[in-house]
Design a binder for this molecule. Structure first.
Ligand code: HGA
Length: 610
């Protein structure tokens, strides 16, 4: 969330900053701004409400020149989206700050600073930082020292960059709870909240650790750890193979990413499937030994990742026969937890920077779980670095705010993991071989499933004027119904609820009328007959059913029932397969409704605030 870009260079940096913001825009897009210091030490700040395009227009109308600058695209947490609240914030026409995170003690600090005579011009928590830096600098010393003293007074989370108009040879950066990377160039250096922002200028990065404060000049990077001691942070070439690029033939990133799933799944499974066995040697010998020892699992995640964890719960208990608990990260981090013996703690996150999940991971390490494992899409992310082991999803950069390929690749990795654990807890070699063969077939099945696209586009028309909807599933398809409902809410703004189909009669049936579409995921499994009864309950009350059913399930269109046949698939991978039509449905409903599919209102990607 919130994108930060900074540059210290000899050349003009405004274009680099704007391009960086465009690349980060999916993380926050209610307003944007930049500030650049020119050769005469003049500060030029431009801020605009709305998207980065508004800022780009403003800069192209009155260009800004200068080799040192910082920029930000905002997802408001404190203070409404407006020009006055857009970053960068300035103090005394000299100090300039962009910030990602939340300063929790901002009210106390604001009162203190106002007493000292500082005038606030925004409603943000961020503005306290810049006045505090100003206040500390007045006590003397370097800007780096002023920032060090500043951060000791901050409670909450921050990734920040500080610039001094009168000394534009350097930028000071600090991180605690919000990611920042330093991009290394030749005679120029850069900063960003995500390496993606800097790919046009460098592929070499240094990742700051929690509590680090650093000084970045054109030629040097000096880093101090949380105790103020100088530290070296390794410089690494980015492992992200290809740039997210553009949307290609697709109208939206989301549609592109939905269609990339067969390839993403192929990549995620590459090297991890033997002839009849799962191969997780990527975790190393020690990692595999930890899986041998695992006798219980705790998964913590948020949003879409939580839904994939919920599918894994069915898998762990059914296939591996071990207890699996799943908890929303923002709940886990604030409640007391019982830690079973030999319990593996798993976090799931596309970005690896999800603030609540990271906090839960830290807590888990203190609580004494046997080991921690992250399933994540971004190499080098905080979650990957802070976990004992990581399984990368290799889905490629996901730009659409509504997660698609990150979800299905997480599921595939979870199934690999269930199998690698399960073979030590009672799963037979035949069961393992059938998981392996199902996973091998998966990319091709997904390809066939994508060919439902045109039919789903037609089906979507029935949703354009609806305000509410219900999604139903049973067993491991219940979390898929949850994910379908989440997708529809996120991008079409239609209220959607998911229920385990057996729950209908305990309340939600009261909502059914012909204005409430009911979407059902109906693979051909043991629960199909039960599900058919649940559908009858809806039909008998005038509900409109839209059913995604296995083409062999002999479900037919009829009065109030529209059936879309789905490619047959082995039951174990059916949750992954049925996700795809639900993604397409929410996509086409959103397109018909004319919403901003890739950047839906009020949301942002990579939730780095609590
Ligand atoms: N709290 C700051 C920054 C918000 C943020 O980091 N969002 O992801 C603000 O509201 O401006």
């Amino acid at each position: 969330m919130c994108g930060i870009v900074g540059a210290v260079a000899q050349r003009d940096v405004a274009e680099i900053l704007l391009e960086g913001l465009r690349r980060l825009e999916y993380r926050g897009y209610d307003s944007a701004g930049l500030a650049v210091v020119d050769n005469s030490d003049e500060l030029h700040r431009v801020r605009r409400i709305g998207k980065v395009a508004e800022l780009t227009d403003a800069v192209s109308q009155s260009p800004v020149h200068g080799g040192t600058g910082i920029a930000h695209t905002r997802w408001a947490t404190h203070g409404e989206p407006s020009e006055r609240n857009a970053h960068p914030h300035v103090s005394g026409d000299r100090f300039v700050v962009v910030h990602n995170g939340i300063i929790e003690n901002h009210e106390t600090l604001r009162a203190l600073l106002q007493n000292e005579g500082f005038e606030f011009t925004s409603g943000t928590d961020t503005e306290v930082i810049v006045h505090l830096v100003n206040h500390e600098q007045q006590k003397g010393g370097t800007l780096l020292e002023a920032v060090q003293r500043t951060v000791t007074q901050l409670e909450g989370a921050y990734g920040m960059v500080v610039m001094d108009r009168t000394d534009s040879d350097r930028l000071i950066v600090a991180r605690s709870g919000s990611p920042l990377v330093i991009g290394l160039g030749l005679g120029e250096n850069f900063i960003a909240s995500d390496q993606l922002a800097l790919f046009p200028v460098t592929r070499r990065f240094m990742y700051l650790e929690e509590g680090d404060v650093a000084e970045v000049t054109r030629t040097d990077v000096t880093i101090l750890d949380s105790n103020g001691h100088p530290v070296e942070r390794e410089a690494r070439d980015s492992e992200i193979e290809h740039d997210a690029g553009d949307k290609g033939q697709y109208r939206h990133y989301m549609l592109k990413e939905i269609h990339e799933q067969p390839e993403a799944l192929t990549n995620t499974l590459e090297g991890r499937l033997g002839e009849h066995q799962v191969n997780l040697s990527v975790l190393g010998k020690e990692g595999q030994e930890l899986l041998n020892r695992t006798r219980a699992v705790q998964i913590v995640a948020c949003g879409t990742s939580y839904n994939s964890a919920m599918v894994a719960r069915y898998w762990f208990e059914e296939l591996a026969g071990i207890p699996c608990r799943v908890e929303i990260a923002s709940e886990f981090r604030y409640r007391k937890f019982f830690v079973p013996e030999d319990c593996l703690f798993i976090t799931l996150s596309q970005s690896g920077e999800t603030a609540d999940t990271l906090a839960a991971l830290k807590l888990a390490k203190e609580l004494g779980y046997m080991a921690t494992l992250a399933i994540c899409n971004v190499p080098g992310s905080s979650m990957v670095r802070e976990s004992d082991m990581a399984l990368m999803t290799h889905a490629g950069a996901e730009i659409g705010v509504a997660s698609t390929k990150a979800f299905t690749t997480q599921l595939a990795n979870l199934l690999l993991l269930v199998t690698a654990v399960g073979r030590h807890t009672g799963m037979t070699a035949e069961q393992e071989a059938s998981v392996v063969s199902a996973l091998k077939a998966l990319p091709q099945i997904l390809k066939s499933t994508l060919s439902m696209s045109d039919d789903i586009e037609k089906m979507a028309e029935a949703f354009a004027d609806k305000h509410h909807s219900l999604f139903l599933g049973r067993g491991s398809q219940y979390p898929i119904a949850m994910e379908g409902a989440l997708k529809l809410k996120e991008i079409s703004y239609i209220h959607a609820e998911a229920y385990a189909a057996g729950e209908l009669k305990h309340g939600p049936l009261a909502l059914i009328d012909n204005d409430m579409p009911v979407i059902v995921v109906a693979p051909n499994n043991d629960l199909l007959e039960k599900l058919k009864s649940n559908m009858e309950e809806v039909r008998a009350r005038g509900g409109q059913l839209f059913v995604f059913a296995d083409r062999n399930a002999s479900l037919k269109n009829g009065e109030g029932v529209q059936v879309l046949p789905v490619e047959a698939s082995p039951e174990i991978i059916a949750p992954i397969v049925y996700t795809v039509p639900l993604q397409l449905l929410s996509y086409y409903v959103a397109v018909i409704k004319g919403t901003d599919v890739d950047q839906p209102r009020n949301l942002a990607k990579s939730v780095t605030v609590e």
